[in-house]
Design a protein around this ligand. Structure first.
Ligand code: COA
Length: 322
């Protein structure tokens, strides 16, 4: 049986680093609160004129710099919550930039669950035979949507892009099971769609920036992380003790620690990059995976668990034999 597999991954982050001292200078906050309540020390911020297309293309070039040939890509999937255009899609722009003729390109948004939703969707495309070589590109410019006056959210988010090459293999390794759920909820909102269209005079208004009830979101994230992990393990006939490495969404270190404790994994077996990059939505899991691979923390044959949770709400997991 053909299973989907992450064959390679690369990333790009903008040059500008925002540290916690910067937030001390603009908000009633301090480094100690931010580090102890979130785990975040720095995050990246794109240039004003830097688009998600440019960031995404840089991640793609970094993938090519690893020797990856993208000429036989037949599918491009971009799960992003921060679009450059309503259309054309970001995936279509990347298809054009790569000069790919026989390819289909699709954007969708599942907020911070984007990486897992895309990985699971691509798994289904590969298992069905529809797709063979898939480029999954995550690119987010969340700093354009930050309410810089809200200390509860401004400190959390950063910009980044990741490019993952996903193909099929038949040697038993790859995705074993997946789980996805969502539930309409307005605890995290970003206006600007047809329900609440943005007008020129609203551009800097708080209603058109990221709004989040942090406490409620935190509780829900811990609960649904755990529920999703239970379901994906049950689908694969595995138990918590079989999981060898955990790559979670990077929203808050306390959420990650609570879930790792429940799984029974020591933190050395959990990838954490939010200290450097904050929460960069769909790119967070890719950044965390890339970091774990660069540090040789994941071994061939390890059962790796990916879990995401995002606004919407959305949540999901993927279980993969590396
Ligand atoms: N600096 C200092 N104090 C801050 C602060 C900051 N940056 N942000 C919030 N506070 C204050 C609040 O105003 C509140 O003060 P009060 O008690 O006087 O009202 C107090 O800290 C506690 O606020 P609360 O929101 O309960 O803090 P928290 O411990 O829940 O941490 C988050 C806030 C946002 C960091 C946390 O809730 C979180 O990470 N939420 C989940 C994020 C998530 O899962 N996202 C996934 C999808 S994106």
């Amino acid at each position: 049986m053909k299973r989907a597999y992450i064959k390679n991954i690369a990333y790009y982050v903008p040059e500008k680093i925002l540290d916690n001292k910067y937030f001390e200078s603009i908000l009633d906050t301090n480094n100690e609160w931010i580090v102890t309540r979130t785990g975040i020390e720095t995050r990246r911020m794109a240039r004003e004129d830097e688009t998600i297309f440019e960031m995404g293309l840089n991640a793609v070039k970094n993938l090519q710099n690893k020797g990856v040939d993208l000429s036989d890509i037949d599918t491009i999937i971009v799960p992003t919550v921060t679009k450059d255009y309503i259309f054309p899609s970001m995936a279509g722009q990347i298809q054009k930039a790569l000069g790919l003729k026989h390819c289909f390109a699709l954007d969708f948004s599942a907020a911070c669950s984007g990486y897992v939703y895309a990985l699971n969707t691509i798994t289904a495309l590969i298992e069905s035979g529809q797709s063979k070589n898939v480029l999954m590109l995550c690119s987010e410019k969340l700093t354009k949507d930050i309410n810089w006056k809200d200390r509860g959210t401004a400190i959390l988010f950063g910009d980044a892009a990741t490019a993952s090459l996903i193909t099929g293999r038949e040697d038993g390794r790859g995705v074993l099971a997946m789980d996805m759920q969502s539930e309409p909820d307005l605890t995290i909102v970003l206006n600007g769609g047809s329900a609440c269209p943005i007008r020129a005079e609203d551009c800097d208004g708080a209603d058109f920036k990221i709004y989040m009830e942090g406490g409620e979101t935190f509780k829900r994230a811990v609960t649904e992380f755990s529920n999703s992990i239970d379901r994906v393990l049950a689908k694969a006939g595995k138990s918590l003790s079989d999981v060898k490495f955990f790559v979670p969404h990077q929203a808050n270190l306390r959420i990650i620690q609570a879930v790792a404790k429940r799984i029974g994994l020591p933190m050395e077996k959990v990838s954490v990059t939010l200290n450097k990059f904050g929460n960069s939505s769909s790119t967070s899991i890719g950044l965390a995976l890339n970091d774990a691979l660069e540090k040789n923390k994941i071994k061939d044959g390890d059962l790796v668990l990916f879990t995401g949770f995002g606004g919407g709400f959305t949540w999901g997991s993927t279980l993969m034999i590396w």
